[in-house]
Design a protein around this ligand. Structure first.
Ligand code: NIG
Ligand code: FE
Length: 419
């Protein structure tokens, strides 16, 4: 890799500048800070300056002959997209359950009958480390083709210490070997294993006393997540698990109010979670509590779409002052998709968000939701040169044409990856 790179003369450079210190809320979610005919000067994999093409070319004219130049004329450039909630590391698919749901079975009925998360847990437990690595690596390649340069990845299909560690070790190896940045979350409390379903509190004890300390000791995760839902983990059990994580330095996240209102948003505010995710059925009180406590809402409209459920009330949340991010929730049961651009379409068409808000929600706010806003999420001096170039003339096109892939080129830490 050469030292210098110029992304040159884009129709629009969406910088997202100015939101690094705190997540964007309300009107700030519409401030994209666009530079027309913009260029980005990059040195050693980091952004040095973003400005008008002529100005950048003049200022760096002595180094220009040594630079790799990417011509972005007529195109739209954004910070590399960030997916802040995925179940990346898992084995297999569940198309049979999809067919069952199309005939009227519900997601929870399938899980209660031993399918759902349990089905993927069986497959993941049986898969070797190498198999799991290979499947997950292919998914990351797909993410990259859709313009994503950072993903969060949860464990939670192991449900034993050994198998949870296997998932987290795969994520760790991907973080080192794949160009995409992978940020790990421990989610041992994704389901109560079938063989312990009569003693869920014993399993909670195991998560708290065995799994969390070991995951923290090995530094295999930054966050600790729990599926707080009727029939899975109660708010009391969830609180216990999230507090235990905090005591070991793991930042709380929560799958909240996905299927029914269950006090998940309220709990997120009480424990000081960095984000509450899903929130399809979050209460008004829960939304207000999140806004007050500064808990981000990570919304996953692909899940509502695929489960044929009501969408989260993004408009209400943003208006209430909740900082919203968007994500695929990529997983084999409730959202089998790796397309963050499609999620942007759904954000606009199904949740009342504006094209500006969905871009904020998949860049700088997504970075905040996984604690990496200092390095990624915007195109500003000092940040990683994580850049997605779309073959469209303006950012509105991104959430207008749907089910299409407009990605032209991806630059990750100053390296051109997709051409
Ligand atoms: O975020 N809700 C819990 N976990 C995932 C689904 C996991 C699965 O069905 O395999 C979710 O929707
Ligand atoms: Fe999820």
């Amino acid at each position: 890799m050469g030292k210098y790179m110029l992304v040159s003369n884009a129709n629009q450079v969406v910088t997202m500048a100015g939101h690094t210190n705190k997540p964007a809320t309300k009107e700030a979610m519409t401030q994209l800070r666009i530079i027309e005919n913009g260029s980005i000067w990059i040195e050693d994999g980091k952004v040095v300056e973003v400005g008008k093409d002529q100005e950048i070319r003049n200022k760096y004219k002595h180094e220009l002959s040594k630079a790799t130049v990417i011509n972005a004329k007529g195109k739209t450039v954004t910070p590399g997209l960030i997916d802040p909630h995925t179940h990346l590391v898992h084995a297999g698919t569940r198309e049979n359950e999809y067919a069952m749901r199309l005939k009227g079975k519900t997601y929870m009925e399938i899980m209660e009958a031993g399918g759902g998360i349990h089905a993927t847990t069986r497959a993941t437990q049986q898969a070797s480390y190498e198999q799991l690595f290979e499947e997950s690596r292919k998914r990351l390649n797909q993410f990259l083709l859709y313009g994503v340069t950072t993903v969060e990845a949860k464990s939670g299909y192991g449900l034993t210490l050994e198998d949870e560690l296997k998932q987290l070790e795969v994520a760790d190896r991907l973080q080192h070997e794949h160009p995409i940045d992978v940020v790990s979350t421990f989610m041992g409390a994704h389901a109560v294993p079938l063989n312990q379903k009569d003693n869920p509190d014993d399993f909670v004890e195991r998560v708290v006393n065995e799994m969390i300390p070991e995951v923290a000791r090995r530094k295999l995760a930054k966050f600790n997540d729990v599926f707080c839902e009727r029939g899975v983990f109660t708010p009391e059990q969830s609180r216990k698990i999230l507090e235990a994580g905090k005591a070991h330095g793991l930042i709380p996240k929560i799958h909240a109010d996905e299927i029914e209102p269950y006090g998940g948003a309220e709990l997120a505010a009480e424990v000081g979670a960095i984000s509450a995710d899903h929130l399809l059925r979050a209460s008004d009180e829960g939304i207000a509590a999140m806004a007050k406590a500064g808990v981000m809402g990570v919304l996953l409209p692909g899940t509502a779409f695929f489960l044929m459920a009501e969408f989260a009330q993004a408009r209400k949340m943003i208006d209430a002052g909740v900082a919203v991010a968007l994500s695929t929730d990529a997983n084999p049961g409730s959202s089998p998709s790796l397309s963050l651009p499609f999620i942007m379409n759904l954000g606009c068409l199904k949740m009342g968000m504006t094209p500006e808000e969905v871009l904020t929600a998949t860049t700088i706010n997504a970075a905040h939701a996984i604690g990496c806003a200092n390095e990624a999420g915007s195109l500003e001096a000092g940040k990683k040169a994580d850049i997605t170039i779309f073959n469209v003339p303006n950012y509105l096109m991104l959430s207008y044409q749907y089910g299409m892939n407009h990605v032209d080129t991806v630059v990750k830490a100053g390296k051109q990856l997709v051409e």
